[in-house]
Design a protein around this ligand. Structure first.
Ligand code: PLP
Length: 428
């Protein structure tokens, strides 16, 4: 191989993917025929045959401000050419300034500190370590349909069984049912779910908690927004048991839910630790743990080093993302355009009994497909059929949820009102 030419043929890609050892990388989801993507711009991507698609998935919610956003590209490429990496043994202004800018997005009146990682799961691992170090306790609470990542630590607090490997996981984790208002274990409302938190603390843990971790809107759990009163009620009980409160904003952050920059802000809580990734880097590997100084202080004299954490290229991209979200009013756009899309999806629900539920906020929306509206029996096969059809019509989508029957609609935050009409036309 004397040159770096790229081979775009489908056959060679299919064959070469056998070189990957994970089944999830070998098989092609969600489509029967592989979708090979070549370029992206804004809310759109193009395949190798130059067919255009609306990226309704935002490349797994990583693309926040839009594919190849000129300001992010400029910031990252200029930094790439100037100094590609500066190990954290030495100093560079870009990560320092970005840390300050991220801290400023957190609730006022607290002293927030930041540690950068390359991914969400790495940041989740650090948050778990910090909760245990700070409290000296072991027990953690997590939600039954949570997803927090694929590393060993993140897997241990991931409730969805399909994402946990059948090996002994890190111990001390108790799962409680999430208040899914459509098909939750305790029906509608918040109180029965808070009751379960209380019972779990009293009977399934030592009573002395390290903490609890919650996604304000569950992502892989099937776009399940936490109802008002749940996070605040659960965190109150966790703090009373000595635990720290961890919020996972990996999917729901950077204005995606429209109402707030971080989704937890709509719940009247101030977490102790906030984990961010995906949309903060607009596709560049970047994650962070943002914590109150007194909680993070427990780690101050301990070894904490991620080789590429605080990489200046990633942090330059991160700074540009924050700037673009403000300048282009993308949180406001997510609220307005997401609101319009949700209204249209609710109209669709009235026509199609296959649609059991429409949920989410801003541009974090979902359609849950069921065989029967009364029994709510999941219809994962229908989701696959919808994908094949919408792909032909020029939409990239994906499914989630423990039953794989939830179609996610989480596009870049620059989706326009005109795109909403296009999405609806292509959907039916
Ligand atoms: N937390 C949530 C809510 C996620 O959805 C994900 C990834 O999908 C993670 C954490 C882990 O992030 P990463 O895949 O970057 O490790």
């Amino acid at each position: 191989h004397s040159n770096l030419e790229v081979d775009w043929s489908t056959e060679s890609i299919v064959e070469r993917r056998n070189r990957f050892y994970s089944a999830s990388q070998r098989k092609f989801v969600p489509y029967k025929e592989p979708l090979i993507l070549k370029r992206g711009k804004g809310q759109y991507v193009w395949d190798e045959k130059d067919q255009k698609y609306i990226d309704l998935l935002g490349m797994n919610l990583c693309i926040s401000v839009g594919h190849a956003h000129p300001q992010v590209v400029k910031a990252a490429t200029e930094q790439l050419a100037e100094l590609t990496h500066c190990t954290t043994m030495f100093y560079h202004p870009v990560p320092a300034q970005y840390a300050e800018e991220l801290a400023a997005t957190m609730p006022a009146g607290h002293d927030w500190v930041v540690h950068f990682t390359n991914s969400g799961a790495e940041a989740i691992d650090l948050a778990l370590l910090m909760a245990r170090t700070h409290t000296g306790n072991i027990d953690m609470l997590a939600l039954a349909s949570s997803y927090h990542g694929a590393t060993f630590g993140a897997q241990s607090v991931t409730g969805i069984s399909g994402f946990r490997h059948p090996v002994p996981q890190l111990g001390g984790v108790t799962f409680v049912a999430e208040p899914n208002q459509y098909r939750g274990a305790h029906g509608e409302g918040v109180e029965p779910y808070l009751g379960e938190v209380e019972r779990a603390i009293a009977s399934s843990t030592s009573g002395r908690l390290a903490g609890m971790i919650v996604e304000p809107v569950q992502g892989y759990g099937g776009i399940v927004p936490m109802p008002q009163g749940y996070i605040s009620g659960a965190f109150e009980r966790v703090r009373a048991a000595g635990g720290v409160c961890i919020i996972d904003e990996v999917q729901s952050g950077v204005g995606r839910t429209g109402d707030a920059f971080w989704a937890f802000e709509s719940h009247g809580v101030v977490p102790d630790i906030v984990v961010v990734a995906k949309g903060v880097g607009n596709g560049i590997p970047l994650g962070a743990v943002i914590a109150k100084r007194d909680v993070a202080e427990s780690m101050a004299d301990k070894f904490l080093f991620h080789t590429y954490g605080a990489n200046p290229v990633a942090c330059a991209a991160g700074r540009a993302v924050l700037k673009v979200i403000r300048e282009e009013r993308l949180q406001e756009n997510a609220r307005a355009v997401g609101g319009a899309l949700k209204t249209r999806l609710e109209e669709l629900k009235k026509q199609y009994p296959l649609i059991g539920d429409i949920r989410g906020q801003g541009l974090m929306l979902a359609i849950e497909l069921v065989k029967d509206g009364t029994t709510k029996e999941p219809a994962p096969e229908a989701a696959i059929a919808v994908f094949e059809e919408t792909r032909r019509n020029g939409l990239v989508a994906s499914r989630s949820g423990p039953y794989r029957n939830v179609i996610r609609m989480c596009p870049p935050l620059c989706l326009s009102m005109a795109d909403v009409e296009d999405v609806m036309d292509r959907f039916v």
